[in-house]
Every structure is written in structure tokens, then in C-alpha cells.
Design a protein around this ligand. Structure first.
Ligand code: C2E
Ligand code: MG
Ligand code: MG
Ligand code: MG
Length: 285
């Protein structure tokens, strides 16, 4: 009897492994088709200047909008896109589309300061030998002011091969773009690299911001990250600002910028444009 059960369980396991593999293969094919058919869209989440309450910029976040209208979030496809290399053409599309849109909005809705556009770069994209020339070509092609472009890398990207990372970041700086370190605190940054990478922006991961009002340690961690950024002359963005209380605490800690559901969810381009037309981004509190 034990033997039967054992066999049964083995088969179950086998089937699920098979389903998983087939599922991934299907997903890869469907993602490839989706890219060809133009089914990816960007949503834009506002990033606010906390002292003035002004809209400072947006982060471009990719979604797969199926013909049925269903939206698929990056958590459900970015990893497969990474594993299959599809992230390279997808990432290039994101870069071009985000820069093209922002260049257009700069012209149509000029504000006191041009909005920044933050774009996520995956590890695999960063490893491409021609990344810098791709970025350079897109800047020329779209006419975007390079100082408004913020490329978001994560600690895993930056630590992999530090000598190359330093060289590539230098070349990206030479193009005039800015570099943000995303999800800061979740990886294994060597503090000395923070300085050597000459980062412009440090994004405090949502997991820390959530803990701001949960325990004294939560507050101290954010405070420590913010003073680290300040001492290095790096701007700080708090991710995952969800409540008025989070905002108050971040303001009291002199955090430069905030991003999160409290201000706005990631918006389709049409909704962001409506906000820009309203001139809401010109309001100060
Ligand atoms: P991320 O770069 O850290 O982006 C922030 C994520 O947090 C977004 O999820 C955003 O919707 C979510 N978020 C923002 N504010 C809040 C909040 O107040 N509360 C909560 N609970 N969540 C908040 P999203 O759009 O699902 O993206 C997830 C991740 O997928 C991104 O994390 C980024 O790592 C990756 N990603 C998104 N777009 C791209 C892309 O174009 N290229 C690459 N390589 N990765 C991307
Ligand atoms: Mg990001
Ligand atoms: Mg992030
Ligand atoms: Mg994050």
C-alpha cells in the first residue's frame, strides 16, 4: 500500500513538473507574439517631490494588455522574459516608448521643471555589450532631454561585475542620463560601491517604508538609509508610500521624493495626460 501511494505521488509530481515546463513554453511563445502584436503597454506611476507636493516625474511600468482587455502584471512574466532573453527586445521597446512619450509630454505640458522618466533595466539588459549605444541612439531618436532619464538598476545588477558596472555607469553618465538604485536595502550592496558607482538616486524599498510606523526599528532603518544617501549626495525616493502617516514621517525625515498608492497607482498614459492637462502637477501644498 505504501508502495502504491508512493508511486501515485511520484506521478503527481511528474505531471506537475511537466505542466510547469509546458506552461513556461506556452508563456514564452505567447509573450513573443504579444510583443510582435504590440500588446505591451506602459503605465506611469507619479513620483512626488515631498516638500512641495509637486509631481517630479514618473516611473514607467510595463503591462501586458491581452486583446481580451485583461492586464497581466510584470510579476507574472518578467522572470520568464528574463530567462528566455525576450527581456532584451521587450526592454528596448520599454526604453524607446517611455522616452518617446516623455519627450512628447515635455513639449505639450511644460511645467516649472521637466518631468523625469524612470525606466527599469533588467540584469540581462545591463549585461548587453551595446547597452550604452542603444540608450544613446534612443536619446537622439526621441529627442528626450537626457538629464530627465533615470535608469533604474538593482543591487544584483550592480554587484555582479563591479569593474564593468563602474565603466558602463560612467558611459551612461557621459550620455547625460541619471542612475537610480532600485529596491535599495533588499540586496547585498557593498557600501563602498554606492559611492564608486556614482549613483544619482537611491530608492528605499517598499518593505522598509511599510515598517516606518510599525516599530521604532523600522523608522531607524529608513532614517539611516536617508542619511546615508544625504551624506553621499544622492537623492532619495521612498517607494510604497501608502498612508498619510508614511508621508508625514518621510517629510519629517527630509526625504526628497515619494512614490506609492497614497499619491497614485501606476496610470495608463491617458490618465497621466489628463492629470497633466489639469495642471495638477503644478499644484503645491
Ligand atoms: P519596481 O521597479 O520596484 O516598481 C515598483 C512596483 O511597486 C510596481 O509594481 C508598482 O506598481 C508597485 N507599487 C508602487 N507603489 C506601491 C504601493 O504603495 N504599494 C504597493 N503594494 N505596491 C506599490 P509592478 O508594476 O507590478 O512592477 C513590479 C516589478 O516589475 C518592478 O518593481 C520592476 O522590478 C519590474 N518591472 C516593471 N516594469 C518593468 C520593465 O519595463 N522592465 C523591467 N526589467 N522590469 C520591470
Ligand atoms: Mg523600479
Ligand atoms: Mg522599486
Ligand atoms: Mg520595490
Amino acid at each position: 500500500r505504501a508502495k502504491t501511494l508512493g508511486k501515485h505521488r511520484f506521478e503527481l509530481f511528474d505531471h506537475s513538473m511537466h505542466d510547469l515546463a509546458v506552461g513556461r513554453l506556452n508563456l514564452e511563445t505567447r509573450l513573443r507574439n504579444a510583443l510582435q502584436n504590440g500588446e505591451f503597454v506602459l503605465h506611469y506611476q507619479p513620483i512626488m517631490h515631498l516638500a512641495s507636493g509637486r509631481l517630479a516625474g514618473v516611473e514607467a511600468l510595463v503591462r501586458w494588455q491581452k486583446p481580451s482587455g485583461e492586464l497581466v502584471y510584470p510579476g507574472d512574466f518578467i522572470q520568464v522574459a528574463e530567462d528566455t532573453g525576450l527581456i532584451l527586445p521587450l526592454g528596448l521597446w520599454v526604453l524607446r516608448e517611455a522616452c518617446r512619450s516623455m519627450a512628447c509630454w515635455h513639449e505639450e505640458y511644460p511645467g516649472p521643471a521637466p518631468l523625469t522618466v524612470s525606466i527599469n533595466l533588467s540584469a540581462r539588459q545591463f549585461a548587453q555589450h551595446d547597452l550604452v549605444s542603444q540608450v544613446g541612439a534612443i536619446i537622439v531618436e526621441t529627442g528626450i532631454a537626457p538629464a530627465c532619464v533615470r535608469l533604474e538598476i538593482t543591487e544584483s545588477v550592480s554587484m555582479a561585475d563591479s569593474e564593468r558596472t563602474i565603466a558602463v555607469l560612467q558611459q551612461l553618465h557621459d550620455l547625460g542620463v541619471r542612475i537610480s538604485l532600485d529596491d535599495f536595502g533588499t540586496g547585498y550592496s557593498s557600501l563602498s560601491y554606492l559611492h564608486r558607482f556614482r549613483l544619482d538616486v537611491l530608492k528605499v524599498d517598499r518593505s522598509f517604508v511599510t515598517q516606518l510606523d510599525q516599530c521604532p526599528e523600522g523608522l531607524q532603518i529608513v532614517q539611516t538609509i536617508l542619511s546615508l544617501a544625504r551624506n553621499l549626495g544622492i537623492e532619495a525616493v521612498a517607494e510604497g508610500v501608502e498612508t498619510e502617516r508614511h508621508l508625514q514621517i518621510l517629510q519629517s525625515l527630509d526625504c526628497d521624493f515619494g512614490q506609492g498608492y497614497y499619491f497614485a497607482r501606476p496610470l495608463p498614459a491617458s490618465a497621466l495626460i489628463a492629470l497633466l492637462k489639469d495642471g495638477q502637477h503644478l499644484n503645491t501644498n
